[in-house]
Structure formats: structure tokens, C-alpha cells
Design a protein around this ligand. Structure first.
Ligand code: NDP
Length: 339
């Protein structure tokens, strides 16, 4: 069995979901309520592969909200993720994806040092960040969207915002090895890590986001921001492709400029309907078939019987592991979403 650990994008989102699911008493509650709420199994899932194989899984809502990080409720955030992992393991889940901020909290606060949760000893090889599949899907989105919107990669400047992150660094390595892009712009806050990445790649220009955006033909957003940032879309090149892989979204701006194409980054569409309710509440346009690539990674590992932490640690995703997960992604009927 596979598992998915997820969370909602904001307190406002959590309140509206509670109202929609028929819990009006939760809908009026503030952050303190969500801080004390335990994780819940909220969905039981059946997935059929394009090969006909069927698997089952569980969705665990961790009740973590990004406002907990912004409000320095770090201990609460840590407790949420560890408790959700313990709940998945207690329910005999073989492989569980740590969706959205779950894996970021795991890494940033060193949760590998906190493997005891009450009477449960967490077995980390039963969990995956899902970031290898996410990076692979974003790279395929770059390829397919550039073809669709007439951008020649050989003449293109590509910005990766969140370049030093787990997903961002994998995308940069792939762009360098597998494409002939003209220029790569690297954006993040920590300059030392940016210099290290630049040295590893042997290329890439480090720029501030304000300088990078107007120069870019393609912008990949994979920064771990608790809240999206506003951008001035009138300053962008035409045509321009914006691939927003953040969860919550990195861009808070709704872009309606001609020839500026916004794509939901790191999202896949399955070739068959999935028997579940959960993607409706995260506002997918086709909730029976569309999902986060990191969740799809747990499904792929279950389909293949690879019960191992395929994506783990930070900045270790290789082109070869992207190829490997990509091949089984295609085999089981997933494809990158191009809106
Ligand atoms: P990491 O924590 O590994 O990396 C985050 C990157 O963002 C770092 O380069 C960090 O560098 C940078 N960053 C953070 N804040 C800012 C900022 N304000 N401005 C510019 N750069 C910033 O994260 P992941 O690679 O694991 O995840 C990245 C994003 O992808 C997250 O939003 C996550 O929720 C989402 N995600 C989506 C999935 C999907 O299936 N679609 C799956 C998994 C994750 P620095 O701190 O130096 O700024």
C-alpha cells in the first residue's frame, strides 16, 4: 500500500475546505485550532495503471499550515510532520510521499534525528520526498511548453528561482546536461549556496529575481515560500513561459498578459480516473486525473514494488534517477500537465 502526506496551503484554504466538507464548527477556527489538530486519514484511494495493475493507498492530512512557519511555530510544524509519518507507518503503508512542505520541514529541521514518535520507531526507508519525479516532470514541462509556445531553447534564457533547492538544483543539472539553452540564471537568497551550485554546474549567472525576470524566456519557480510573491507581468518578455512548481504557489499574481503562459509546475495527469476525493480540495481542474508529481512518485514506487526512499536527502537527484522514474511514469500512464 502507498501513502500520501499532504497539507492545505493557508488558514483561509483550511477554513473553506472545512466548510465545504460539512464541518462548519472547524471553519470558524483560527490557527491555534489547527496547531492542536492531530493528523487524520481522510481518503482511501484506488489507482489503476495504464498496464491494468491496481494499487491502493491512504491520504494523511497532517493539519500543518504554512502560517505555522511564518509565525515561528516551528515545534508545532515538526510535531505535525512526525505525527503524520507515524500514522502512515502505523497503518502499514509501505511507501509514503512527503508532499509540499512536509519534506522541506523534515530536511530543514533535521527530523532524521527524531525517529521515535511515542511507541513508533520511524523507518525512513518507507518514505520518499517525491522530488525526483517532480523534477523530471518540470523538465518535461519545459521541453513541451517551449515547443508549444514557439520558444527555441537554443536561443532561450531560463531562470530557476529556488535554484539551490532539491528540485531546483536537479532542474539546473538537467537543463545543463540535456538541453542546449543559451543562458541559465540562478536565483535564491543564500549567496554561498548559489556560488557552490554555479561551480558544480560550471555555468549559470547569479542574479536577483528583479533583474532575472525581464531577461527570461522561461521562468521555473521552485522556491519554498510559505506565501507567494507578486510579480509585475508587464515587464516580462513576449513570449514568456512561467512554470510555477511551488506549493503554495510561488506567484501570488494572476497573469493575464498576452503571450505570457503560466503552467502549473510539477503536476501530472493520469490516463485513467483515480478513485479518490482529495484532489478536489486542492483545486485541480480535473481532480479525478490531476495530481502532484511527488504523490505520483509514491504510486509509481508501489506499482513497481520499489519500497524504498527513492528520493531522499538534499541535492542528490541525478539525471539517471530522473530517467528511471520517468520511464515508469510513462509506463503507468502519467504525463506532464501543459495547461
Ligand atoms: P528546498 O527547500 O530544497 O529548496 C527551496 C529553494 O528555494 C532554495 O533554493 C531556497 O534558497 C529558495 N528560496 C526559498 N525562499 C526563497 C525566496 N524568498 N526567494 C528566492 N528563493 C527562495 O525545496 P524543494 O526543492 O523541496 O521544494 C521547492 C518547492 O516545490 C516548494 O514550494 C514545494 O512545496 C514544492 N513542491 C512541489 C511538488 C509537486 O509535486 N508539485 C513536490 C514537492 C515540492 P534560499 O533559502 O537560499 O533562498
Amino acid at each position: 500500500m502507498f501513502g500520501l502526506i499532504g497539507h492545505l496551503t493557508s488558514l483561509e484554504h483550511a477554513q473553506s475546505v472545512a466548510r465545504e466538507l460539512g464541518y462548519p464548527e472547524y471553519a470558524d477556527q483560527g490557527l491555534e485550532f489547527w496547531c492542536s489538530a492531530p493528523p487524520q486519514i481522510v481518503d482511501r484511494i484506488k489507482v489503476t495503471s495504464a498496464t491494468g495493475q491496481q494499487i491502493e493507498g491512504l491520504y494523511v492530512e497532517s493539519c500543518f499550515l504554512p502560517e505555522m512557519l511564518a509565525g515561528s511555530k516551528i515545534k508545532t510544524a515538526i510535531r505535525k510532520i512526525l505525527n503524520a509519518m507515524a500514522l502512515a507507518q502505523k497503518n502499514d503503508v509501505d511507501i509514503t510521499a512527503l508532499g509540499g512542505f512536509s519534506s522541506i520541514i523534515f530536511e530543514n529541521f533535521n527530523l532524521s534525528q527524531m525517529s521515535s514518535v511515542r511507541n513508533i520507531q520511524l523507518e525512513f526507508n518507507r518514505f520518499t520526498t517525491g522530488n525526483t519525479h517532480t523534477a523530471y516532470i518540470i523538465c518535461r514541462q519545459i521541453e513541451e511548453a517551449s515547443r508549444k509556445f514557439g520558444i527555441d531553447l537554443a536561443k532561450a534564457t531560463v531562470t530557476v528561482c529556488g535554484a539551490t533547492g532539491d528540485i531546483g538544483s536537479a532542474v539546473c543539472r538537467w537543463l545543463d546536461a540535456r538541453t542546449n539553452i543559451k543562458e541559465l540564471l540562478l536565483v535564491a537568497r543564500n549567496q554561498e549556496r548559489l556560488q557552490e551550485l554555479q561551480a558544480q554546474l560550471g555555468r549559470g549567472k547569479v542574479l536577483d529575481i528583479e533583474e532575472a525576470l525581464p531577461q527570461s524566456d522561461i521562468i521555473v519557480w521552485v522556491a519554498s515560500m510559505a506565501k507567494g510573491m507578486a510579480i509585475d507581468a508587464t515587464t516580462l518578455k513576449r513570449p514568456c513561459i512561467l512554470i510555477d512548481g511551488g506549493y503554495p504557489k510561488n506567484m501570488s499574481t494572476l497573469v493575464h498578459e498576452e503571450d505570457v503562459h503560466v503552467i502549473d509546475g510539477g503536476i501530472v495527469e493520469h490516463s485513467l480516473d483515480i478513485d479518490w476525493k482529495i484532489m478536489k480540495i486542492v483545486n485541480m481542474t480535473a481532480p479525478a486525473r490531476q495530481l502532484f508529481a511527488c504523490f505520483a512518485e509514491a504510486m509509481l514506487l508501489e506499482f513497481e514494488g520499489w519500497h524504498t526512499n527513492f528520493s531522499w536527502g538534499r541535492n542528490q537527484i541525478s539525471i539517471e534517477s530522473m530517467d528511471k522514474i520517468g520511464a515508469v511514469s510513462i509506463k503507468h500512464g502519467f504525463r506532464p500537465l501543459i495547461n
